[in-house]
Design a protein around this ligand. Structure first.
Ligand code: AMP
Ligand code: ZN
Length: 122
């Protein structure tokens, strides 16, 4: 699959490229974050690598620094998006992987959810 194919077929590649609109939470050279279109919590955004990486079942040592940067961003962005600080507040980080893991979009993303309870369930 060429880079162009991925860009053509992958909704999150298109969001990272600005080809599909989103409410942007954060962007740098490697990473894009945006609100989930169907939020399950008062704060619910997704952090993705800009490169097309399918899932956590597809990562290797070469992705360690990128994954580290994504995880390190989560608490900073959670606070910036309105999550209260630990321990009263906090947030949930979730990565669905594969069909039985409940992954619907085949471009690696971490969900960051937080805010006052109760949250919606799905
Ligand atoms: P999953 O692959 O199960 O982790 O879920 C994919 C998530 O992406 C779901 O929570 C969707 O609501 C979200 N989603 C799908 N399309 C969009 C979109 N265009 N903009 C923002 N979020 C989206
Ligand atoms: Zn993609």
């Amino acid at each position: 699959m060429s880079t162009l194919d991925k860009l053509d077929n992958c909704i999150f590649c298109k969001i990272a490229q600005g080809l599909i609109p989103s409410r942007k939470v954060y962007e740098d050279d490697e990473i894009f974050a945006f609100d989930d279109i169907h939020p399950l919590a008062p704060v619910h955004f997704l952090i993705i690598p800009k490169m097309h990486l399918v899932s956590m079942a597809h990562v290797g040592p070469e992705h360690g620094a990128l994954l580290g940067r994504i995880l390190l961003l989560a608490p900073q962005l959670a606070l910036a998006q309105g999550c209260r600080p630990y321990p009263e507040g906090g947030f949930r980080i979730l990565t669905n992987t594969g069909a039985e893991g409940g992954q619907e979009v085949q471009h690696l993303h971490i969900h960051v959810m937080g805010g006052p309870r109760p949250w919606l369930k799905r």
